[in-house]
Design a binder for this molecule. Structure first.
Ligand SMILES: Cc1ncc(COP(=O)(O)O)c(C=O)c1O
Length: 463
């Protein structure tokens, strides 16, 4: 069959020459990669002609859905008009200027300054730079340390990967900036100490933060980095008031609060930005990417406060020597502008809110399954944690790779969900329907039941 010949050939070309992001050599050498050929809305087709509903949303990013003509036209028009122009030092371009102005309308009050990057990791790296630059400019050059949390993922450039700390990400072959980054516990209500009320978890974590500040010295700490909901660390939704309380601690210790909204901004929780609208907290810096262009073209943005700008624009050197060739790329900015226009016109944030609440309710029905220990998340950012024992929350052995078994089975049923260790994670396009949520829930339920049956048949204890 021509179809499968093409599929096999593409897979072999890829296997022979590509080093994928987050390659796992053994499984890649054995299985190769799934070759995707086409996509429309939330639907994908692979090289053998199989179709899938993509509940992963690419990689938390296809917010307005794939393959829109209007996006293609906006991108093509901009390529014809101006395909590149630098934004270094004293140059800009039309779409970059329009986009900073549009973003300043959408950001929380007082966060009116924008520095474009090439994606999320580079926005995080630049935020580290900004923390150092700001603190030094105001005479506190010693405030260089950054506090982040366990199970966080902030990207994969050198600093961003050092800020993150998901189990398994820090491998012995690489080196990390352990002198600058220090980690405290992640706010995971499901795995809180036994017997503790969820409400008491916040104060325990705040106390740990305060103790860490005391141990490292307030004069040495410049910033605190946090995803409002920890995404790839397991869709960890913090307990009530946690983010606000951590913000208060930052404010009273002159520590900048950097919200990593690479996933949560641009609609995933039904708002342009989640920090203020979902969690009632205004950070000093917001990093964003992904939904800013819905993945049509690479772009990121580090958004920072007027307070920071007032200080850094009076710096001793007078130079902010940081930036990327493709910052403010005119075509990426055109894509972001059109993406935001579509979100506004089609009321996609409202859809994400309404369909997202339905997603939460439907997925909660999976709690009845013996393998499911916890269903969590908010709106269009959801996760199922699979366990061996619901009572003790004991996990299955890692080598069973239960998340992958479930995602493989779902794939056979035409649904893509993301496996992350013991978890299955979902972050679909934001314009999907109530019926799409029914489909996701039905197929995921079927997959989990099927995997449970085969595990039990293989003698694995599940209770
Ligand atoms: C919360 C968070 N921050 C940062 C990043 C890094 O973004 P990028 O891959 O665009 O560099 C990611 C990517 O998944 C992310 O989830």
């Amino acid at each position: 069959m021509a179809h499968s010949n093409t599929a096999q050939a593409l897979m072999e070309m890829d296997r022979a020459h590509a080093l994928h992001p987050f390659s796992h050599f053994e499984s890649f050498n054995q299985d190769g990669a799934l070759v995707i050929m086409e996509g429309t809305g939330a639907r994908l087709r692979d090289a053998t002609g199989n179709e899938y509903f993509d509940a992963v949303g690419g990689l938390w990013c296809t917010n307005i859905g794939l393959g829109r003509d209007e996006m293609a036209d906006a991108i093509a028009d901009q390529v014809r008009k101006l395909s590149f122009s630098s934004t270094f030092t004293d140059m800009t371009n039309e779409t970059s200027a329009l986009l900073v102005s549009k973003l300043a309308e959408l950001t929380p009050k007082g966060l009116d300054h924008i520095h474009f990057t090439t994606g999320g990791s580079t926005a995080i790296d630049t935020a580290v730079r900004m923390v150092h630059y700001y603190q030094a400019s105001r005479g506190f050059a010693s405030k260089k340390l950054i506090i982040a949390r366990d199970h966080s993922y902030h990207g994969s450039t050198y600093a961003a990967m050092s800020a993150g700390k998901r189990p398994g990400d820090h491998v012995p072959e690489f080196q990390y900036m352990n002198d600058i980054f220090h980690h405290i516990s992640c706010p995971n209500p499901y795995r809180r100490p036994e017997g503790m009320e969820e409400g008491d978890l916040t104060e325990l974590l705040v106390k740990e933060f305060e103790d860490t500040i005391e141990r490292l010295g307030v004069d040495n700490i410049g910033g605190f980095f946090a995803e409002p909901i920890q995404a790839s660390g397991g869709v960890i939704v913090p307990p009530d008031h946690y983010l606000r309380r951590m913000r208060e601690v930052c404010s009273s210790n002159d520590i900048l609060f950097v919200a990593d909204e690479v996933v949560t901004a641009f609609g995933r929780l039904g708002h342009w930005f989640a920090s203020e609208d979902e969690f009632e907290m205004i950070p000093d810096i917001i990093c964003s990417a992904k939904g800013l262009s819905s993945g049509y073209l690479p772009i990121g943005a580090m958004i920072y406060s007027d307070k920071i700008h007032d200080v850094i624009s009076q710096s001793e050197s007078g130079w902010f020597t940081s930036g990327f060739t493709y910052a403010g790329h005119p075509v990426s900015c055109a894509a972001a502008l059109k993406n935001i226009e579509i979100m506004e016109r089609e009321e996609i944030l409202k859809n994400a809110h309404d369909v997202g609440l339905y997603f939460e309710a439907k997925l909660a029905t999976l709690n009845e399954l013996p393998l499911v220990g916890n269903v969590r998340g908010k709106k269009m950012m959801m996760c199922v944690e699979n366990v061996a024992n619901k009572e003790t929350k004991e996990l299955l052995p890692d080598d069973l790779n239960v998340g992958k078994l479930i995602s493989n089975k779902s794939e056979d049923l035409g649904l893509l969900v993301r496996p992350l260790g013991h978890l299955n994670v979902m972050s679909p396009a934001l314009n999907i329907t109530f019926e799409d949520i029914d489909f996701i829930t039905e197929k995921l339920t079927e997959s989990i039941k099927s995997v449970t049956d085969s595990l039990i048949r293989a003698g694995v204890r599940i209770s």
